[in-house]
Design a protein around this ligand. Structure first.
Ligand code: AMP
Ligand code: ZN
Length: 115
């Protein structure tokens, strides 16, 4: 698995920085966002370091599909029953702050801080 030693989320994958884990398998990690916008807010990331959605290759289709399919399952497990939002910020103008591709999964009863 290729990691970037300077990448925050690669450090989380490797356990060098703690996280509150929601789900993990060989290819994907999901963990709670440290600054949640809503009662439930977690991030799904591929374990392979991919900088952003702009860098995706055809060979990444499976892991992106697996992440999407996981969201409703994990939301249900976390008790979210009334809808949720998924967001992928890409690049500086897309609002991306951490340059390891991640999908925000946001839900729970409103009001939310944003989104
Ligand atoms: P983005 O703006 O899409 O790049 O979002 C990055 C997200 O990562 C933000 O919502 C941050 O709150 C979140 N974040 C940053 N550091 C951590 C961390 N150590 N653990 C969990 N989430 C983090
Ligand atoms: Zn990374």
């Amino acid at each position: 698995m290729s990691h970037d030693p300077n990448c925050l989320f690669c450090k989380i994958i490797q356990g060098q920085i703690p996280s509150k884990k929601v789900y993990e398998d060989d290819d994907i990690l999901a963990f709670h966002d440290i600054h949640p916008w809503a009662p439930v807010h977690f991030l799904l990331i591929p374990k392979r370091h991919i900088t952003s959605m702009a860098e995706l290759q055809p060979s990444d289709a499976a892991v992106m599909g697996q992440m999407a399919v996981l969201v409703p399952r994990l939301m249900k497990e976390l008790g979210v029953t009334n809808g949720f939002r998924t967001v992928i910020n890409t690049g500086a103008d897309g609002g991306q702050e951490v340059f390891h591709l991640h999908m925000h999964a946001i839900g729970g009863p409103r009001p939310w801080l944003k989104g």
